[in-house]
Design a protein around this ligand. Structure first.
Ligand code: ADP
Length: 326
């Protein structure tokens, strides 16, 4: 990563040197043309001064030569400014494209690092547990504990693979959600029950209005709620509760998933919905993840004409809000 940054810095320096060189050459071109213009003017003035013409004719010729000089100056200024503008537009375009490309490349590298770790850990844990169970006769309680851990890791792997597969489907421009009339209140309760079975110790406060109907894709909507709950669990201290609210609000259906964690900096509030985006650095980050969860949530919200945003929770934490217009 440090290598890539060094390369980018070197490329940026070379880019600036080239750009300054081109602008300096343009300015030099203008100065030398203008000098030539002035020399021609002086020469032509001298020519008419030594010729045999009357004062009236001299005056007319002088005016003509002066106008010609002024016209040339305007022409050089016009051409020079057009070139300069084109160069600046091109330079800004190239600069932004390269920066964007570099950012995407860096996020993809982050993703590959994260995914390698994320895929290997559950497999390694499950394999070790199964090998231990096969080899030794452990007490029933220990066996149960190991099987529970393995099951938990397998479920994590399953949701990770789901996220990867679905994100590539959602990325496809031709993708369209298969919508149906559904009871969103029931669907939300189903997701919460499955979340509770995975995290039986987590406290979760619910405020769910009943009989909220929605036209949507049940698989995707479940994934949206599940991803928000997973994050609320992952990015807040274990003993703090999660609050989930579902209600009708001014002709819309509103879902809020609130945690009492550290919250999200204002500058990161829109970036976190980008593909592979994770706050912090892959080397120092302690939480597991791939940067796909919220990207998927955004895509699912888009596919349902819904908006998704994160606000600050008071006194601390994040409040993810999804609004479905009906
Ligand atoms: P992942 O969790 O796999 O890193 P996400 O797309 O779900 O990817 O989230 C992107 C980033 O947004 C996370 O890396 C995390 O830094 C931040 N984030 C998401 N949800 C929360 C939350 N509830 N509280 C604080 N930060 C969050």
């Amino acid at each position: 990563m440090a290598d890539a940054k060094k390369r980018l810095r070197r490329a940026t320096t070379i880019y600036w040197i080239f750009l300054l060189y081109i602008i300096a050459a343009l300015i030099w071109w203008f100065i030398s043309l203008e000098q030539q213009n002035r020399m021609m003017y002086d020469l032509k003035l001298k020519q008419i001064a030594t010729s045999d013409i009357g004062p009236k004719q001299y005056h007319e010729q002088e005016m003509r030569i002066r106008n010609e000089k002024r016209r040339n100056t305007f022409k050089y200024i016009g051409e020079g400014s057009t070139f300069l503008l084109l160069i600046i537009f091109g330079a800004v375009f190239i600069y932004r494209t390269v920066r964007r490309q570099f950012k995407v490349q860096q996020q993809q590298q982050n993703f590959v690092m994260a995914i390698t770790h994320e895929l290997k850990t559950p497999i390694a844990v499950t394999r070790l547990n199964l090998e231990t169970l096969l080899r030794y006769h452990l007490e029933e309680l220990k066996q149960k504990k190991m099987l529970e851990v393995s099951l938990h890791e397998t479920m994590r792997l399953d949701s990770l693979i789901n996220n990867i597969l679905i994100s590539s489907q959602l990325d496809n421009k031709k993708f369209s959600a298969s919508k149906e009339e559904l009871d969103f209140s029931n669907l939300t309760n189903d997701v919460i029950n499955s979340f509770k079975s995975r995290y039986p110790d987590k406290k979760i406060n619910l405020d769910i209005e009943t009989d909220i109907d929605l036209n949507g894709d049940p698989v995707l909507l479940k994934l949206l709620i599940s991803n928000l709950l997973e994050n609320a669990n992952k990015y807040a201290p274990k003993p703090s509760p999660i609050h989930l609210k579902l209600f009708r609000n001014d002709g819309t259906v509103q879902l809020n998933v609130v945690d009492e964690g550290t919250g999200i900096d204002d500058k990161q509030k829109t970036k976190i919905f980008e593909k592979f985006y994770r706050i912090g650095d892959e080397q120092t980050r302690t939480t597991q993840g791939t940067g796909l969860g919220l990207f998927i949530c955004k895509k699912i919200a888009d596919a349902h004409n819904a908006s998704i945003a994160v606000h600050n929770n008071k006194p601390h934490g994040s409040n993810f809000e999804v609004r479905f217009s009906q």
